[in-house]
Ligand binder design. Structure first.
Ligand SMILES: *Cc1c(COP(=O)(O)O)cnc(C)c1O
Length: 396
């Protein structure tokens, strides 16, 4: 038998995706000015970014980056353990641990790497990793790579999670969940999951990529908003590239957890440390996120405005109280058409399709930011209605 032609197979998969309205397309943004972006020669109002607090272009954040780059240059020049760990990294880890009320925090270059690193360090053959069906892809990949058995439960179904844990009562177990689900915007039932993990001796790992900065009184995220402690949620991971508007990620927890990760998290050990200037920028962003409460208050107003207006117009929303406000469409082709129609009207809202979301659940993932105004939201709602977002779901 001849070997399969791998490039040919890839090209066939690409053609199949195009056929099923599932092809992704890279768009180049030529300019970014707050919530406005320039794409293909047109200015569009974006409802797609994860810059929930509007910090990605904040002058204080940019200034911190530039100042630190003047002092340190760009590259960290080595892995953390081999001379790349700079004072800026240490200061950021300290600030993160303090903000979240944990003993320590450890930086990773991306959220993807943080989840691969922590699950790989904790889990191995014979262990189980119990996960929500809608968890982010990197939690799933982290469990697979670790060698543990991946056991998934229906979305936010605590009884389902209990059954999965009880099916392997003697195995080492991590229960991992998104704090805020990235494509649905709803919040995990963290108090119930924490109680379950306590009862069943499992470690709870919360990925708060979309909760940090947004939820909780000073933006400490979904865990703080649920009133949970470091004891309830021993592994707290979040990213610096969403509400903080920078890039990178971290895991916060006990000194024992972090000491172990420094030794055994391969995505920490075997990779170049993030540029120190990014760490400085993240510290400036944390200062704004923690203390400028008006950003979270503005978001809350916009979220309420959007949901009220969407329901009045008959759009199908999901039960989300966060800045992630998906408009459910159903068929991928319809979601694409609606997204293109919005673009023609001056809005950038990409269609989210399988396999990112389940089959038949294609949607427009609207994200709100403190950069938006109520008028922006009202105009988006009108454009969605003109495009026919109401009742689309029911047509299929
Ligand atoms: C974005 C995201 C990640 C990945 O973080 P990056 O820093 O972008 O790699 C991980 N988990 C969740 C829930 C996310 O939304």
């Amino acid at each position: 038998m001849p070997r399969p032609d791998l490039l040919n197979r890839l090209a066939q998969a690409h053609a199949d995706r195009a056929q099923a309205d599932l092809l992704r397309r890279l768009r180049t943004v030529r300019e970014a000015d707050g919530a406005w972006i320039a794409v293909d020669g047109r200015r569009l109002l974006s409802f797609a970014s994860n810059d929930y607090l509007g910090l990605a272009q904040h002058p204080r954040v940019t200034e911190a980056l530039v100042d630190a780059a003047q002092r340190w240059g760009v590259g960290a020049t080595a892995a953390h353990l081999l001379g790349g760990h700079r004072a800026e990294h240490e200061a950021l880890e300290h600030d993160l641990a303090h903000w979240l009320g944990r003993e320590r925090a450890l930086l990773f270059s991306t959220g993807y790497m943080a989840n691969l690193g922590v699950l790989g360090a904790l889990l191995g053959d014979g262990d189980v990793c119990v996960q929500d069906k809608l968890n982010h892809a990197c939690l799933i990949d982290g469990a697979r790579l670790s060698g543990a058995e991946l056991k998934r439960y229906p979305h936010n179904d605590v009884d389902g999670a209990r059954r999965q844990l009880d099916a392997a009562p003697d195995a080492g177990a991590v229960l991992a969940t998104d704090g805020v689900f990235s494509m649905d915007g709803d919040v995990a039932p963290l108090p119930e999951l924490a109680a379950l993990c306590r009862e069943r001796g499992a470690l709870l790992h919360v990925d708060d990529a979309h909760g940090l900065g947004v939820l909780g009184a000073d933006g400490a995220g979904s865990v703080a908003a649920a009133g949970l402690s470091a004891h309830d949620v021993p592994i707290h991971m979040a990213t610096l590239g969403k509400a903080l508007g920078v890039a990178g990620a971290f895991v916060a927890g006990s000194a024992a957890l972090i000491d172990g990760l420094v030794q055994f998290a391969r995505t920490h050990v075997y990779t170049t440390a993030m540029p120190p200037a990014l760490a400085a920028a993240a510290r400036a962003a944390i200062g704004l996120a923690r203390f400028e409460h008006w950003r979270r208050e503005r978001l809350a107003t916009l979220i309420a405005h959007f949901r009220h207006g969407a329901q009045r117009r008959g759009f199908v929303l999901l039960p989300s109280g966060t800045p992630i406000q998906p408009v459910l469409v159903g068929a991928s082709g319809d979601a694409l058409r609606l997204s293109r129609d919005l673009e023609a009207r001056g809005f950038y809202v990409p269609a989210i399709r399988p396999p990112t979301v389940p089959n038949g659940k294609a949607r427009l993932r609207v994200t709100l930011s403190a950069l938006h105004t109520e008028t922006d939201v009202e105009r988006l709602l009108d454009a969605l209605a003109l495009g026919g977002a109401q009742g689309m779901q029911n047509a299929h």
